[in-house]
Each structure stands twice: as structure tokens, then as C-alpha cells.
Design a protein around this ligand. Structure first.
Ligand code: FES
Length: 216
């Protein structure tokens, strides 16, 4: 005999008047969802740049490189310092004492600019001799100019004026120009020394060396 399909309990009986049993409602089945933890990444699967060991190495390398750079900087600075010590900076200035030619090279009444640029002095020849004026304004140190047509020295900075003798007469200059030592060498040449100066207001223009008598 062939297998009969099970009777459908939900289908009412087709025959008879027997009471229909209550249909059983299916009960909801509680489903428990559990989360399964994902497998951790194996250490060896990490990218090299994520590996803290490599970071530790890089930091170590960086510290080493920084140390070497500091050491090299120290060596270079020490070498430069030693070289500068061996070759000190020298300021080359013209000598304060120089020869200024022979007296007969000058014309009476002349104010010579010949040594002004290099030695910052004028050499003045009058009818009894020579004197040398230092070309530094006594106001604030500018270099005055000799104006032959006005027969005076004039400072371009604030307008001080000086006679040919060097005495101030206009502007803010507080005192006359200074004179430098002037004399003759054994060979009869004029010699000037700007390291020895004479000040009018101190009564020094009568001292030997402030004026060179020359009758030639
Ligand atoms: Fe010569 Fe002032 S510096 S007048």
C-alpha cells in the first residue's frame, strides 16, 4: 500500500459534522543571534609600515643621523674657528706717517687736496711755511670741502665754515679744525703724522710740529 500523505490538520474534515478542532497557531521561534568575533590579523600579515618594530628602527636611525649631524656641525664650526684664529681679520689702514713731497712742490697760498682722500688731511702753504689740517669737521665728523673761490672750508652736512687757518666762523662746529704734525725728513721732504694732533683752543698751535717754517 502506497504511503498516504499526512492529514492536514488545518483543513476541515470534508465529511460529517464533527466539530472542528481549534487550529494551532505556530509559535514564534526565538532565534538567538550570536556574533562571532572576527579572526584577528596575524602579526605577520601586517603591512611593514604598520609594524611598530620598524618604527622603532626608524626612530633609532633618526636619532643616530641627528647625532652624527650634530657632531659634524661641531667639527666644522671648530675648524672654522681654528682657521679664523690662525688668520685673524686685519683692518688695513693707511699709515699715519707719510711723506708729502718737497716744499718747492707747493705754491704759496695753495691748499692741497692731494692727500685728503688717502690720509684725510690738507696741506696748506702760506708765505712763511706749512701746516696740515685734518679734514674732519669738529661738529659731527663729516669731511668738509675746500672752496677756493670763497677761500674757506665748508662742511656739507650742517654748514659749518672754517677759515683757511682752520678756525671755525659759521655753523654748529664748536671749535677749529685740528692740525696734524708736519716736519721735514733728513732728505728735506715734507713728512706728516696724523697720529699727532694739535688743538687751537688748547693753545697747541704754537707747539713744534704744528707748523713748519719754510722761507724758500
Ligand atoms: Fe660738519 Fe655738522 S658735521 S657741520
Amino acid at each position: 500500500m502506497a504511503d498516504q500523505p499526512p492529514a492536514d490538520v488545518t483543513r476541515p474534515e470534508s465529511s460529517g459534522s464533527a466539530p472542528t478542532p481549534p487550529v494551532e497557531k505556530p509559535q514564534p521561534v526565538a532565534v538567538q543571534i550570536t556574533s562571532t568575533p572576527l579572526p584577528r590579523k596575524a602579526k605577520q600579515d601586517r603591512a611593514p609600515e604598520e609594524d611598530p618594530g620598524i618604527w622603532r628602527m626608524n626612530r633609532r636611525n633618526l636619532l643616530a643621523v641627528t647625532g652624527w649631524l650634530g657632531f659634524l656641525t661641531f667639527i666644522v664650526a671648530s675648524t672654522i674657528g681654528a682657521l679664523r684664529f690662525m688668520f685673524p681679520r686685519v683692518l688695513f689702514e693707511p699709515p699715519t706717517k707719510f711723506k708729502a713731497g718737497f716744499p718747492q712742490d707747493y705754491v704759496v697760498g695753495e691748499v692741497s687736496d692731494k692727500y685728503k682722500d688717502e690720509h684725510r688731511v690738507w696741506i696748506v702753504r702760506d708765505n712763511i711755511g706749512f701746516y696740515s689740517l685734518i679734514a674732519i669737521c669738529t661738529h659731527l665728523g663729516c669731511t668738509p670741502r675746500w672752496l677756493p673761490t670763497d677761500n674757506k672750508f665748508k662742511c656739507p652736512c650742517h654748514g659749518s665754515g672754517y677759515y683757511k687757518s682752520g678756525v671755525n666762523f659759521e655753523g654748529p662746529a664748536p671749535r677749529p679744525l685740528e692740525r696734524a704734525f708736519i716736519g721735514l725728513t733728513d732728505e728735506g721732504e715734507i713728512q706728516v703724522d696724523t697720529s699727532i694732533t694739535f688743538r687751537y683752543e688748547l693753545g697747541q698751535w704754537g707747539k713744534p710740529g704744528s707748523f713748519l717754517s719754510y722761507a724758500g
